[in-house]
Design a protein around this ligand. Structure first.
Ligand code: NAP
Length: 256
């Protein structure tokens, strides 16, 4: 039987690259975002190319109704989800302290509350599956910003990495694999949508979404706890672990 993955934020960037890569592997998909037209276009392209089933769920994950719809899709026992990819995300243009607190609430809901609810639903649903060593997997798309010091974006991603690592060790012998994916700068719609200035980001710092996803799926196959795509970012993350905090904070000024 074909496996099914649920991907939040599949209309663009990293989520769309996951949708393409998994459909190529023959996975059925549930894709979730706010933009039905873009999801329908992607779904018909992937159905045609790879002969897979794709369910489209229109949901704003920062609303209670949208989150309930997404959670119901994770719990659906008629169409069981084998892989949850908590990917939907965005940033605020300004840093904490300069941003209206209502925007910070929205940001928190998208980057923390939504993945927490979906992960909770997935862990409970997957745990209840009987007689399976491989009950399911969860990929939480965080960021290398989790290892930096850069306002609420990096704090929310650090929260996600911390929870993912804990869940990785708690659930690894119960047949559920949890992995945090920590990309560096990736060419997607992310920076433009959030009005972030990326003019001073050097070329060598940019990653390609399709290559990043290919590496992430390899790390998932190898049951890693944390996936940091590319040697350059592995090295940078290592440096953040040994450098004094004031240097890490100064380096992180260059963006999210
Ligand atoms: N790009 C980078 O440099 C980078 C680096 C590290 C980590 N990340 C992380 O990677 C993840 C994906 O980012 P990306 O770069 O692929 O960004 P992107 O190209 O802007 O795509 C973001 C996706 O999230 C969805 N989304 C945003 N708000 C949503 C909401 N309220 N409800 C439902 N879906 C929502 C968008 O769909 P709709 O607009 O259609 O709803 C879109 O599909 C994020 O978690 C981001 O923090 C990105």
């Amino acid at each position: 039987m074909k496996k099914r993955a649920l991907i939040t934020g599949a209309t663009a960037g990293i989520g769309k690259a996951f949708a393409r890569a998994l459909a190529r592997r023959g996975w059925n998909l549930v894709i979730i975002s706010r933009d039905t037209a873009r999801m329908d276009a992607l779904a018909s392209e992937l159905r045609q190319q790879h002969n897979v089933y794709i369910d489209v769920v229109t949901a704003d994950l920062t609303t209670s109704t949208g989150l309930a719809l997404a959670t119901a899709a994770v719990r659906d026992s008629d169409r069981p989800v084998d892989l949850l990819i908590n990917n939907a995300g965005a940033s605020l243009a300004l840093l904490f302290g300069d941003t209206p607190i209502a925007d910070e609430d929205w940001h928190l809901d998208l980057l923390v509350r939504a993945p927490m609810h979906l992960m909770d639903a997935a862990l409970k649903t997957m745990s209840a599956r009987e007689n399976r060593n491989d009950k399911g997997a969860i990929v939480n798309v965080a960021s290398v910003a989790a290892f930096a010091l850069s306002g609420t974006y990096s704090a929310h991603k650090a929260w996600l990495v911390n929870l993912s690592q804990w869940a990785h060790f708690r659930y690894k012998n119960k047949g559920i694999h949890v992995m945090a994916l920590c990309p560096g700068f990736v060419r997607t719609e992310f920076h433009q949508r959030s009005n972030l200035d990326i003019s001073d980001i050097d070329d060598w710092m940019w990653l390609d979404a399709d290559r990043l996803v290919a590496g992430a799926l390899q790390d998932l196959d190898h049951k890693k706890a944390i996936s940091i795509p590319s040697l350059r970012y592995k090295f940078l993350v290592f440096m953040t672990r040994i450098m004094p905090a004031f240097i890490v904070a100064a380096l992180a000024k260059r963006g999210r």
